[in-house]
Design a binder for this molecule. Structure first.
Ligand code: TPP
Ligand code: MG
Length: 350
């Protein structure tokens, strides 16, 4: 068969005037290993790299929104609470983002801007011949922005050891995914950039573990980027300023919260293996509650940052519009002191 000798590889000719379809007939399947009851599905590829997957010293923290549990290494509950009370962020960032700033990427409330940076870091690991990779997380919302695409392409051409984990939960605040993209989700975008990709059931802990630990091995030992799309649902509001019942039916939220609850499913699996029980659950909840209450009390006792801190640190010399805003804010506080938190010092300590 005749072929066009084109830069990057030969391309075969075809006499057929045929456009590539905008979508494949079948949607990309979703890897899962546990059924809804937490039973392992016969014949599924279960990855078990380290034996007992029980407690390895991570702290499991809970964001203010139900259903958005996350795992952060090296942070304890007190630090998380301090973030919520504005201590770590100096009131400049969303609560949990402050932890992320301290972690590495300097995200701090901006969606997806960390992605090209993550690829840059991965490329530097490659240059230094480190046996390591970068893992970067994003929501479905981020994939509608340019940085996501720049990052994927950059990672592909540089063979950067980076794992992109995209949590596709169906919504970017109130924007449904059908208003965000016409592709079969996010997983197919990987192939468009020449990146190996997988779609996984984000509510199946074992499947997520299997997909990501395998992705990590490939990223490090094959020196390549990997894209993981985890399908899940945001059962909570996007943030405390969002009311998701305004744009989606409550029964849909309830269905995901109850019938597809990933924590219950994983708990069933752990219990069936004899590693967990009601008594253990009761004890843990009791201890956590005590710890949390203590952490809240400590965070509440911490002195708040002065008002001025809201306006510092971005510019060396604050521009005139920022000075005006500070002046307006101070005037407003003077006029309506009852509408402002009483414990924020209005002036810096001398
Ligand atoms: C650079 C940037 N652009 C826009 C925003 C505004 N914004 C905040 S959250 C969000 C949607 C994020 O979508 P997703 O990650 O899917 O969030 P979810 O609703 O699932 O929590 C947008 C556009 C932002 N924070 N940063
Ligand atoms: Mg989302």
């Amino acid at each position: 068969m005749q072929a066009l000798d084109f830069p990057g590889g030969k391309v075969t000719y075809t006499p057929a005037l045929r456009f590539i379809s905008e979508s494949s007939e079948k949607r990309v399947p979703c890897y899962r290993v546990c059924d809804d009851n937490g039973d392992i599905i016969t014949g599924s590829d279960v990855v078990n790299r380290h034996g007992d997957p029980s407690n390895d010293g991570h702290n499991i923290l809970r964001s203010p929104e139900a259903g958005e549990d996350f795992l952060l290494r090296h942070f304890n509950r007190t630090e998380n609470l301090e973030c919520c009370y504005g201590e770590v962020s100096q009131s400049k960032s969303l609560p949990t983002n402050a932890l992320e700033i301290r972690l590495t990427t300097g995200k701090g409330g901006k969606c997806h801007t960390q992605l090209p940076q993550a690829v840059g870091v991965a490329y530097s690991l490659k240059m230094d011949k480190k046996e390591a990779c970068v893992v970067t997380y994003t929501g479905d919302g981020a994939t509608s922005e340019g940085d996501f695409h720049a990052a994927l392409n950059f990672a592909a051409v540089m063979d950067a050891p980076v794992v992109f984990i995209c949590r596709n939960n169906g919504w970017a605040i109130s924007t449904h995914i059908t208003e965000q993209f016409r592709s079969d989700g996010i997983v197919v975008k990987g192939q468009g950039y020449g990146i190996r990709s997988i779609r996984v059931d984000g509510n199946d802990t074992l499947a997520v573990y299997g997909a990501i630990s395998t992705a990590r091995e490939m990223a490090i030992y094959e020196q390549r980027p990997i894209l993981v799309e985890a399908l899940t649902y945001r059962v909570g509001h996007h943030s405390t300023s969002d009311d998701s019942t305004k744009y989606r039916p409550v029964h849909e939220i309830e269905h995901w919260k109850m019938a597809r609850n990933p924590v219950n499913k994983f708990r069933n699996w752990v219990e069936k293996n004899g590693w967990w029980s009601d008594a253990g659950e009761y004890e843990l909840r009791k201890n956590l509650k005590e710890e949390l209450l203590q952490a809240i009390q400590m965070a509440e006792r911490t002195e708040k940052h002065p008002l001025r801190d809201l306006f510092t640190d971005v510019y060396d010399l604050p521009p005139s519009n920022l000075c005006e805003q500070e002046k307006e804010l101070r005037e407003s506080i003077n006029k309506h002191p009852q509408d402002y938190p009483f414990d924020i010092p209005l002036y810096d300590k001398l």
